[in-house]
Each structure stands twice: as structure tokens, then as C-alpha cells.
Unconditional design. Sequence first.
Lengths: 377, 128
Amino acid sequence: MHMLKRTPLFEEHRKLAGKMVDFGGWELPVQYSGLAQEHQAVRTACGIFDVSHMGEILVSGPGSLKFVNHVTTNDASSLSVLQAQYSAFCRADGGVIDDLVVYRLGEEEFLLVVNAANIEKDFEHLQVQLAKLEGPRPLVKNESSHYAQIAVQGPLSERILQRLTSTPLHEIRTYWFRQGEVSGVSALIARTGYTGEDGFEIYLSPDHASRVWTALLEAGTPDGLVPCGLGARDTLRLEMKYALYGHELTDETNPLEVGLGWITKMGKADFVGKDFLTQVKAQGPMRSLVGITGLGRGIPRQGYEIYDAESNRCIGKVTSGTLSPTLKKPIGIGLIEKSYEKVGTQVRVKIREEFHEFLVCKTPFIEKTQIKTGEKK
Amino acid sequence: MNYPSHLKYTKDHEWAELVSDHRVRVGITDHAQSSLGDIVFLELPKTGKELKGHDTFGVVESIKAVSNLYSPISGRVVEVNSELAQDPGRINSNPHSEWFLEIESTDAKTQLQSLMDAAAYSEFIKGL
């Protein structure tokens, strides 16, 4: 058996009796007490997640903005210092290499937070692009091992986290961040997340991750805070129809067909993939990423085929699916032929040789709880 | 967890209980339910279905995972617990009493002898 990588919080997971699994080469908890309960805690109170496996690539020095804007689809030049944005790396043929969050640390300094499984691939792509860059070349470093990351998610996140920091959290708006301290540990505190709830992602040194994790548990447990595993992280993002790399996003899908047109800024100067995506945009994407909900009990899962309601024609595939812990109904995300994308369209999913009735539905699957975004600066 | 001594166990984490000379009740073990997590879906065969030992007879799903169910013995399905399929979360609470189906076979008793007893099964899962 190959050795699994461990995050700096591994011992904490063990103490909490987390059920450890192999997650893309990382030994991480899929759940602690139970997925449904953890999911519910994030929707109603607060949950903390160890997401230290995520990758961090630092781009710094003259040329940084130009470079980041060339390799990502969103417009990094629209970011203020201390602001973040969701973005993607594309290949020249439009395929998505990875999705990421870009944090602008300074005028010419960016932190790119990428998926754990793609760190090497991303870094290689950046090296290739860097070599072609004209003008000053920024420093591009894979800093992944120097960062731990803890996500604090749920409507009570601000109240709980505020007990551990003097940074006025209400001043941080959604997709903005501050440099501050949590439990005396210096940290980047960002109002970002992957659950659809209000919350924060805290980036800090691996050496002090345990101290902050433990302090969060102590500060939040009376308010219903629980540690959450990757299982709940997946169902929470699925209820919001947030894309997950390897499911909705792959090297073979382009951002326009998976609903990421909003982070693909055609108006900006040349970027990798722009020519191809301009064509796709002109013709209109062939496929569409939709939410589907089951009329029966059968649960759609990644890879299951989606069919036309009447004919035996396969029109696409399920990219993610589960039983929604909030709705108690089967839900799924599917990449299907565009002509079927309208809400209310009947489709069928083949589950173990049997056809199950589904409807294309409105997404997010759940009504977004009121997200407090902090006061304007 | 205590594995009841009146049950027999398979490597696929099913348990089998002899309820009469020719009849065996089947469920999944505590180890299985715990590995799966919150169980939300159960697909069972129709009565009358003929099964061979190790045949897939159904599917159990948690929020996160899909897992096949394997028949511990050869025989005919004579009873299906359709009530449990309506409320599969009960499996998590009482794995060793919530049964899925009953299989009839004239040599049920003999077939069960080849399965693990509680002590052997406890050892088996320790090694996983």
C-alpha cells in the first residue's frame, strides 16, 4: 500500500475518531459523528473542515498581475488588494485544468488556491506559460506544504470566530480577506467557502494548525459547532450546485458549458483558451450543466447515463449525485445536451439497468439561507 | 461492537440467521453499516428469486456510497422486508436485527456451517 499524505491536523482527526479515508492520496476524515448531522450543523449553526490538502501557489514580483490574468479565465485586474475571486485555468483547447480561488495579496502578489489532486498539473502548466511570458517574469512558487487551511462554515461562523480574533470580521465582505491573528496565530482570514453558507477560510502555518482547530472546537461547541468531514463538504456543495473538479469540471469540459461563463471574461486581453472559448461562445455551447431531482427513491451517481424521457437516446451523464440531506430527495448534477436544459424537462436516469424518472430543476437545489455578507467598507 | 453468537457472518459483511430448519434471514453487520454511514436507500429483490451463494441480491446506499449485497447461501427468496426499504435508516440503529430478506433452502443448515461465527468474524474485521 502506498503511503497516504497527512495534513497537520491528522492527530486531531484521530482524537475525534474521524473515519479516515484515502482522498486522492490524502488520509482525511470522510465523517466524524455522521454525515447528515454534520451537514445539518453547517446549514443551521457551524462546522469546521480541515482542507489543508488544498494547494497554494504564490505568484509574486513584477509581472504577477499580467501573468495571473493570462493563465486564468476571470479578470484578476478587477481585484483590489485583499479581495478574492473564483477562477479557472484553461488549456488552449478550452478544457478546464483546474478551478481555483485567486487572492490578491498585493499589487503584484497573488495566492492561487487550487485543488489538491491538481497541484502538480497546475504548477507544470504555470511553468510552461511562464516560460512564454514576455516582459518581467514573476516568481511562481508551490507553497502548498507551508499552508494549513481550516474552513469555518455556517450561519454562526462570524460569532464563533470573532471570539478568537481581534480582526473585525463584520468588516470583511464576501470574497474579501484580511491578514490577522486567530488564537494568537497569524493567519489570512477570508470570507469564502464552498457550502453556500456564510463562513470563513483560514490560511495559516501548519505548525499552529492544531492550536487553532482546538480553539475553534472549544469556542464553538456550545453553539453547536461540529467538526465536519469531506462527506458533508461534498453534499453541502452539491446542494448549491457548486462544481467539483473531477466531476463537473474536467480536462474535457469547457467553462462555458458547465455554467462558468460568469468567470470567463472574454473582454479582457489574451488569455490561455480565449480563442477557442470565443468560438464556443459564438456557436453557443452544445451541452449544459443542469440540476436534476428524482421523483422516486433512486439516487443518481457520477457516471450514470441520462436519457430522453421517451426515446432510448442517451443525452448525457450524471456528474455528481446524492440524497440531499436537506431535502431528503435524490438530487444530481448532469451534463446533458443543451436542448434539454429547461427547468421542468422530464428525463430518465439509468440506475443499475432500470430507468428512473427525473426532472430538470432550479438550482441551487435549496433556498439559500440568508447570507450575511458584512458591512460595506 | 458485540457480534451476536446466534448469527453467522460472511466476508462481504452480511449476517445470516437460521430462523427455521430451512430458512435463513439475512442482514448486514454493524461493521458494514458503520463503514457506509447514514443509509438512505435499499433495493431488494422480489420474492421467488433464485440465488446462488455470493450472488448480488440487492443494493444498499448511504448518502456517500453504493454497496452491493451478497447472498450468504444458495436458495430461493421467500420473504422480503419491504417495510425496511421504506425506512432504511433503521439499519444504522439496529444492524443485527433489521433483516433484509429470508432465503429458503433444504440444506440451509449445512450451508451456514461454512460461514464464520461471531468470534471468527470479529477477528476478520480486526485484520481489515
